[in-house]
Design a protein around this ligand. Structure first.
Ligand SMILES: NC(=O)c1ccc[n+]([C@@H]2O[C@H](COP(=O)([O-])OP(=O)(O)OC[C@H]3O[C@@H](n4cnc5c(N)ncnc54)[C@H](OP(=O)(O)O)[C@@H]3O)[C@@H](O)[C@H]2O)c1
Length: 256
């Protein structure tokens, strides 16, 4: 099945958040496909990730590793410049960076645990960085069919919030969803063959979720490889008509 609707040439792909977890699993699966051209694997420590090094040895012609702290706008500008020296079009971008509990960001249970540093840190990584990634890559996304996919989280759904807690993570993902929805409306005009999606990968066994896996039933905890294969299946099933929507790993829509 083709990954990007109506694209008849190999897709150039960028994964931001590629050094581990779901982003790394996406890189592995993308490089195994023959409909992928260049793959840009981006994270703060992409060039020192042992797992990306292994992939690079297998695919030296197709994998480009770039160190970039997506919280820094000048670094995003430099990223876009570097990518544009290798190709003039990206067809698929995954934003897989995210933070739940990495100081100063905290998975707050109570209002008393909220502070400005934690809120700012969560919003900067989970929401501001992905939308500014889209802004800086936009010149590379305007001509051909393209998809920009951000890993959001079901807990970012306001309609679905029955449990409370995780204030800044929830709110930063809700804000990310709103920014993507807004961008999808602008992009419909700039590139009618564009698809922007917010996706929930399911609870997945990665560094991000590890401190919170205690109450998760084993059959509800996915491997990064399973989550990545679900994300790729969702990308191939959705096109411009679904741009600006929010989906779970199993293909069910999630309320805003
Ligand atoms: N795991 C879950 O259960 C789950 C559930 C729902 C949603 N999600 C979402 O899915 C996405 C992927 O999560 P994951 O569990 O795979 O996380 P993870 O294992 O912690 O991986 C996060 C990746 O993002 C990169 N990263 C972090 N900050 C960055 C920055 N400032 N600039 C560039 N790269 C950065 C990290 O690499 P470096 O350290 O090298 O920068 C790493 O490669 C996140 O958006 C998360 O919120 C996860």
């Amino acid at each position: 099945m083709s990954l990007i609707n109506d694209l008849h040439t190999p897709a150039n792909v960028l994964v931001c958040g590629a050094s581990q977890g779901i982003g790394l699993a996406l890189c592995t699966q993308l490089l195994a496909r023959d409909d992928i051209g260049l793959l840009f694997a981006v994270s703060r420590r992409a060039t020192s990730s042992p797992a990306l090094e292994v992939l690079y040895r297998e695919h030296p012609q197709r994998l480009v590793r770039i160190d970039c702290d997506a919280r820094e706008e000048h670094a995003l500008q430099a990223l876009a410049t570097e990518v544009s020296t290798c190709c003039d079009q990206l067809n698929l971008v995954f934003s897989t960076l995210g933070v739940l509990q990495e100081a100063p960001a905290r998975a707050e249970k109570t209002l008393a645990q909220l502070d400005m540093a934690g809120l700012l840190s969560s919003f900067t990584t989970n929401c501001f960085a992905p939308i500014l990634l889209l802004k800086h890559l936009l010149p590379l996304l305007r001509k051909q069919p393209m998809a920009f996919v951000a890993l959001s989280a079901r807990v970012g759904s306001i309609g679905d919030n029955q449990l409370g807690g995780w204030y800044s993570y929830r709110a930063s993902k809700a804000a990310l969803n709103q920014l993507l929805r807004t961008a999808s409306i602008e992009l419909k005009r700039l590139n009618p063959a564009s698809t922007l999606l917010s996706l929930h990968p399911g609870t997945t066994d990665t560094q991000l979720s590890r401190p919170f896996q205690g109450n998760v039933a084993p059959d509800k905890l996915f491997s990064p490889a399973f989550a990545a294969s679900c994300m790729l299946a969702l990308v191939s099933r959705h096109g411009p008509a679904q741009s600006g929507t929010f989906w779970a790993w199993d293909g069910t829509p999630i309320a805003w």
